[in-house]
Design a protein around this ligand. Structure first.
Ligand code: NAD
Ligand code: WQD
Length: 336
C-alpha cells in the first residue's frame, strides 16, 4: 500500500516525503512542477536512500489522476498541491479558485471512484481571519481576507460535506502556522521564485548578500516591540505532524481540524535577533509601512494535536534559523 502525496516536490511536501520514506511508507508523488523543481526528487532520494514514484501531472487532469489510482494501490492521500501566494491570489482570483478548488474536487472524485477515503489536507492558520484572539483554537469562527484564504475555507467545507454524505471517509484538516527552516541535511528547503514574500527566505537572502536589507512591515502594532507576532514552526516538525495525522486517518473515520504550531509567538525583531545569534550573520533592517492584510498577532493553541494525534513541535527558533541558513548557503540559487 502506498501514500499519494500531491504537491510532493514543494517545500512542505518534500520534507514530508523524507519522513514518509524514512518511516517505511511507499510514496507516490503527483506534481505539475508549477512551483517546484524535479531536482527535489533526487535530493529526497539522496537523503533517504529510498526511491519514490513520480508523476509530472496536474491534479486537474481527471484522466491522468484516474490513471494514478488505477496503476497503484493507494491507502491514503496527503494533499499539498495548491497555489499559495496571498498577493497573487488577489490579482488572479480565478486562477486560485480554479487550481485549488477544482483540483481538490477532481482529486476527491478520483479517490471516491477508487474507494480511497483517507486524506490529510494542507489547510492554514489563515482561515482564522483577522478578528480572533490568539492563542487560536480549532473551534473559532472562520473567515478570510483574500482568495487564497477563501480557497482553504471552501475546501475545508467541501471535505466536511463529503464526510457528511459518506461516513467512511477519514480526513484531517491540518492548519499550519508559519513553516520555516529546512531539512538539517541542507539538501531540501524553501525555493521561492523571485523576491520572497515571506519573512525567513527574505532574511536568508539578506544574510547571503542577495538583498540589501529587510523591510520590517510595521513597528506600531499592539505588541511588546511593535512588530508583528507569528507562530513559526520548523518544517520538519510540521512534516512529522503529517505522519501522526496519517496514522489517525488510516485507523479511524471522521473529520477533524488540527492546529500545527508551537504555541509560541515571536515578533519580527525576535526572529531577526534569533537569526543573528544562531548564524553570526548581521541582518540590516529598516522599518517600513504595515503590509495590507497583516494582523498584529497570530499563534496557535496546539494542544488538540497533542491530545488527539500525540504530536508536538520539538525544534526551537534557533534550529529553524540555523537550518534555513544552511539550506541557503548550500544552495545559493535554490534547486537551480
Ligand atoms: P509549494 O508551492 O512549495 O508546494 C505546492 C506544490 O504543489 C508545488 O510543488 C506545486 O508545483 C504543486 N502544485 C500546485 N498546483 C498544482 C496542480 N494543479 N497540480 C499538481 N501540482 C500542483 O507550497 P508549500 O509551502 O509546500 O505548501 C504546501 C501546501 O500547504 C499548500 O496547499 C499551501 O497552501 C499550504 N500551506 C502552506 C503554508 C506556507 O507558509 N508554506 C502555510 C499554510 C498552508
Ligand atoms: C511574517 C511576519 C510580516 C516579510 C503568510 C500567509 C499565510 C501562510 C503563511 C499559507 C509578518 C513580517 C514579512 C518581510 C516583514 N501561508 N514580514 N518583512 O504573513 O504571517 O503568513 O505565510 O497559508 O497565509 O499570509 O507570513 O512570513 O509573510 O510574515 O516584516 O519582508 O513578518 O509583516 O508580521 P504571514 P510572512
Amino acid at each position: 500500500m502506498s501514500i499519494l502525496v500531491t504537491g510532493g516536490t514543494g517545500y512542505i511536501g518534500s520534507h514530508t516525503c523524507v519522513e514518509l520514506l524514512d518511516a517505511g511508507y511507499d510514496v507516490i508523488v503527483v506534481d505539475n512542477l508549477s512551483n517546484s523543481k524535479i531536482k527535489a526528487i533526487d535530493h529526497i532520494e539522496g537523503i533517504t536512500g529510498k526511491i519514490l514514484k513520480f508523476y509530472k501531472l496536474d491534479i486537474l487532469n481527471r484522466e491522468g489522476m484516474y490513471n494514478v489510482f488505477e496503476e497503484n494501490d493507494i491507502e491514503a492521500v496527503i494533499h499539498f498541491a495548491g497555489l499559495k501566494a496571498v498577493g497573487e491570489s488577489v490579482e488572479e482570483p480565478l486562477r486560485y479558485y480554479q487550481n485549488n478548488i477544482t483540483g481538490t474536487l477532481v482529486l476527491c472524485e478520483a479517490m471516491q471512484r477508487y474507494g480511497v477515503k483517507n486524506m490529510v489536507f494542507s489547510s492554514s492558520a489563515t482561515v482564522y481571519g483577522m478578528d480572533n484572539e490568539s492563542p487560536l483554537t480549532e473551534d473559532l469562527p472562520l473567515s478570510a481576507t483574500n482568495p487564497y484564504g477563501w480557497t482553504k475555507i471552501m475546501i475545508e467545507q467541501i471535505l466536511r460535506d463529503t464526510y457528511a454524505s459518506d461516513g467512511t471517509w477519514s480526513i484531517a484538516l491540518l492548519r499550519y502556522f508559519n513553516p520555516i527552516g529546512a531539512h538539517e541535511s541542507g539538501r531540501i528547503g524553501e525555493d521561492p521564485n523571485g523576491i520572497p514574500n515571506n519573512l525567513m527566505p527574505y532574511i536568508t537572502q539578506v544574510a547571503a548578500g542577495k538583498r540589501k536589507m529587510l523591510n520590517i512591515f510595521g513597528n506600531d502594532y499592539d505588541t511588546p516591540d511593535g512588530t508583528g507576532i507569528r507562530d513559526y514552526i520548523h518544517v520538519v516538525d510540521l512534516a512529522k505532524g503529517h505522519l501522526k495525522a496519517l496514522q489517525k486517518v488510516i485507523e479511524s473515520n471522521g473529520i477533524d481540524a488540527y492546529n500545527l504550531g508551537t504555541g509560541i509567538g515571536y515578533s519580527v525583531l525576535d526572529v531577526v535577533k534569533a537569526f543573528e545569534k544562531a548564524t553570526g550573520k548581521e541582518i540590516p533592517y529598516v522599518m517600513a509601512d504595515r503590509r495590507a492584510g497583516d494582523i498584529a498577532s497570530c499563534y496557535a493553541d496546539p494542544s488538540k494535536a497533542y491530545r488527539e494525534l500525540g504530536w508536538k513541535a520539538e525544534k526551537d527558533i534557533y534550529d529553524m534559523c540555523k537550518d534555513a541558513w544552511r539550506w541557503q548557503v548550500n544552495n545559493p540559487n535554490g534547486y537551480e
